[in-house]
Write a protein that binds this ligand. Structure first.
Ligand code: PTT
Ligand code: SF4
Length: 608
């Protein structure tokens, strides 16, 4: 096989054993890599119904056939597991040198099971795999850990590591690399912590075998060149995703006061223009020529890397109107290994709970000092922080009353930074995302603001599925960054061609879409197998958007319509070949070569 290694590295931390699993070419053809490989491994090997924080859970680190190769923005990999936040399928996509080194070390994935008795880290150098003592790293933040590992092993390594939040199993702790890249929003860092696994260090020294290296080089050079020549390249380099603050305000989707409103009078205090004035550098993932990490100096005179999501969640959503303070909270989240989106949501939720008198503690909107303390306490699970560490779904259920009305999540994963009071298509994107309310699979809002905002129609559903196929299917399985296509408009045709050149297997875009549909249906089957009490209502967005209309901005008085949303969800299910409960139909599973899921689903829900 070319393009793939055909080798999965297994590590059992309980028994201190490692071994290689060989996979057949057909599996690679049908699942490609990254997310596709990860969900296949989880379906095949995870014992159904296990506690995600128990040693029985599996942590999968997977690259794809294009990851870590010298082509645009390829330095990415997927971290996946059964999520401690949602109890369903969870994954994230992280920019890291570990992607490059894993390819060179000769593995398509690393699967970790069991749990060590004492803190350990995994050291992989080509065929040498060792579980090493990590007592000296446990308790350190992610920046300190990275520095120490670099001192011990030199600069030529890739790292994936956790901070105190992962060690304390905060349900939305992430995996961090390169001091600022974060992946695995649904608690992949907590899974690492539950296994007492502080870090993974990878060093690979061999070149991955490719089917047509010359053709791949030619395509890569052309793609790099095309990116540099794009019209909005210069603006992207200046602001990256931070340009979205002004755009979100103009389109009334900027999350404000725990997603109560879509506009904020003080949006300029956190805008991309202001960020440009504070910017001192930019950073990014390996092999990227459009690096989007905006480095600014924060209120503590330390460096922080800003993205739209982070700034909106720690800015407008909790009414913190000072970008340097927002930057400090963002940097703390990176150091501690906390997901910024879920942390920002949890803070917004607790502020609203305090305002409504549902908790004893006073947590005022925009109170920087309290926010800072709470973020640190969350990572260490101290006091109120221990409550915040559970995420908004669990907090709202515990508080009871009407608290679920202002808990902003889908299936337990807190929503990314787009208010959906007047965006039914984006609400459906959150509702049907394979990991919960995340925008990565379909940023439909970008198209929806140019359409009839109030429409619940077929066109939006078709576009949603199209985006899910490209973003959630293709990019997550290749596995490379999608931003060259999304943000500067790199031609999509490069990707099937590059995949074909790497693997020697001819793929068209349509064939990749078929793989994407297979991955989606398998992730859905996984959810149904693992989720206690599956029903179509787990595909509904937060109730706030149906119940409480906006009071400010051009769409004041507007909210989502429950019946119309239900009809749009039916359209989505029908187009995917799923029944009205959101369960893939028997013939759909057969068509997608997922026959092996049929007996399991038949027993749990009965198939139509
Ligand atoms: C991603 C999610 C995002 S999506 C953001 S900002 W974004 C938040 N970033 C965080 C952060 O930073 N620190 C932190 N402690 N927590 C954070 N949580 C949030 O995590 C990220 C980029 C971005 S920045 C985006 S959109 C794109 N996402 C991609 C994706 O999902 N797939 C893909 N093939 N390519 C992508 N390219 C872009 O990557 P999750 P990263 Mg990320 C500081 O991980 O779990 O998917 O959540 O990985 O290397 O940081 O790159 O406006
Ligand atoms: Fe990483 Fe940004 Fe480049 Fe994508 S565009 S590879 S997220 S630096």
């Amino acid at each position: 096989m070319k393009g793939w290694h055909g080798r999965i590295l297994w590590v059992d931390l309980s028994r201190g054993k490692t071994w290689i699993q060989k996979l057949d070419p057909e599996t690679y053809r049908d699942y490609i890599g990254g997310r596709g490989l990860a969900v296949k491994i989880l379906w095949d090997h995870l014992k159904p119904g296990i506690d995600p924080l128990s040693p029985y859970n599996l942590l999968v680190i997977a690259v794809g056939p294009l990851s870590g190769l010298p082509l645009p923005s390829s330095g990415k990999l997927v971290v996946a597991s059964k999520s401690p936040l949602t109890n369903g399928y969870g994954d994230g996509n992280i920019g890291t040198m570990a992607s490059v080194h894993l390819r060179k070390a000769g593995y398509d994935a690393v699967v970790i099971r069991g749990a060590a008795r004492k803190p350990v880290y995994l050291y992989i150098e080509d065929d040498r795999v060792e579980i090493r003592d990590a007592e000296h790293l446990w308790g350190l933040d992610t920046f300190e850990t990275e520095d120490k590992l670099v001192r011990e092993h030199g600069r030529n390594i890739g790292t994936l590591l956790i901070g105190p939040a992962g060690e304390h199993m905060v349900r939305y702790a992430t995996v961090i690399s390169l001091k600022g890249r974060s992946g695995g929003r649904p608690g992949m860092g907590a899974v690492m912590g539950s296994k007492k696994l502080k870090a993974i260090v990878v060093k690979g020294t061999r070149e991955p075998g490719l089917a047509e290296p010359g053709e791949l080089r030619r395509l890569s050079e052309a793609a790099y060149k095309e990116i540099l020549g794009k019209e909005n390249y210069d603006f992207w380099i200046r602001q990256g995703t931070m340009a979205t603050i002004v755009w979100a305000q103009e389109n009334s989707v900027l999350p404000t006061m725990n997603f109560r409103e879509g506009v904020w009078d003080y949006y300029e205090t956190i805008s991309g223009d202001l960020m440009e004035k504070l910017k001192i550098n930019r950073r990014g993932c390996p092999y990227c020529n459009m690096q989007c990490g905006n480095v600014v100096v924060d209120i503590d005179a330390l460096e922080s890397e800003l993205d739209y999501e982070n700034v909106a969640m720690f800015g407008s959503n909790i009414l913190l109107d000072d970008l340097r303070r927002v930057a400090a909270i963002n940097r703390l989240a990176d150091q501690l290994g906390l997901d910024t989106i879920s942390m920002g949501n949890s803070l917004g939720f607790i502020m609203e709970a305090s305002e409504k008198g549902l908790i004893r503690e006073r947590v005022e909107w925009g109170d920087y000092k309290t926010v800072r303390e709470l973020v640190i306490d969350t990572a260490y699970r101290r006091g109120l922080g221990s409550f915040l560490a559970e995420g908004v779904m669990r907090m709202s259920r515990w508080l009871g009353g009407n608290a679920e009305d202002f808990a902003i999540h889908v299936k337990g994963l807190e929503a990314s930074a787009y208010d959906c009071h007047v965006a039914p298509g984006m609400a459906l994107a959150y509702g049907t995302s394979p990991i919960g309310a995340h925008h990565k699979d379909a940023w439909l809002i970008g198209l929806e603001v140019k359409m009839d905002r109030f429409a619940y129609n077929r066109e939006k559903v078709e576009k949603l599925i199209y985006l899910q196929r490209i973003r959630g299917g293709m990019f997550e399985s290749l596995t490379t960054c999608r931003l060259p296509w999304v943000e500067v408009g790199l031609n999509l045709d490069y990707y099937p061609k590059m995949l074909t050149a790497a693997t020697g297997v001819t793929y068209t875009l349509d064939e990749i879409f078929e793989v994407a549909d297979r991955i989606y249906a398998l992730i859905r089957a996984f959810w149904i197998r693992e989720y206690d009490g599956w029903s179509r209502y787990v595909d509904y967005p937060p109730m706030r958007w149906f119940k409480h209309p906006l009071t400010k901005g051009p769409f004041a008085g507007s909210k989502l319509d429950l019946d119309k949303y239900g009809r749009m969800l039916d359209m989505y299910y029908e187009m995917r070949g799923w029944d009205k409960r959101g369960v893939p139909r028997r013939e759909t599973l057969k068509k997608l070569k997922l026959d092996y899921t049929i007996p399991v689903l038949e027993e749990i829900v009965g198939l139509q």
